[in-house]
Design a protein around this ligand. Sequence first.
Ligand code: SAH
Length: 222
Amino acid sequence: MAIAKPADSYRHQGLRKLLVQNIRAKGISDVQVLAALETVPRHFFFDSSFLEYAYEDKPFPIGAGQTISQPYTVAFQTELLQIRRNDKVLEIGTGSGYQACILAELGAKVFSVERQKTLFDRTSKFLPVVGYPSIKTFFGDGYKGLPAYAPFDKMIVTAAAPYVPDALLDQLKPGGILVIPVGANEVQIMTTFTKNPDNTFAKKEYGAFRFVPMLEDKAKEL
Ligand code: SAH
């Protein structure tokens, strides 16, 4: 059965403007990131019974025990990535596909990996329907990165990483940036690793966030 594209409306656009004002007030200043959040209809990524939650600045369950990240967190991670048009970006944790669309909206070439088969299937079919056919999705284990498509200009991990996978660091270009929430417990520290020309890394930390765990066993048919 073909999937229909959900409808956008003036009411939803108005709610998006308010959400963006709210996120700006919380400290996000990159105008392109804010514009991308205003453009991508977050309610497309919600079941129709929950549409009214789409423009609150909160995470929300998307099925299979996973969540769509809080809009502020999406904006924060995206700002740290400093996306330039045509950057090759690897996302770990496709989930609903919302973050991937924000990156595509900024002109990135997005490669996104998801380990849950149900989410992978659903989101892979959905992204072309909502106007993002260029996003490439992969069913696999994000701890391994995506060696066949490496190296990447930027990488974003959208699940809680108990440690920083070596494969990701290896697959980053010199000058590239990895944005990753690191921590095995309830709270993770948002961290960036920027690769120096001599393949060493500059690490910076940005405070506490909460993510669903990045699971380590092999990709599963869940
Ligand atoms: N970026 C998503 C939010 C995803 S929540 C969005 O915009 O909606 C985190 C996602 O990471 C979940 O979908 C989860 O299944 C996935 N995940 C967890 N461990 C993973 C792993 N090892 N490799 C790839 N994806 C993983």
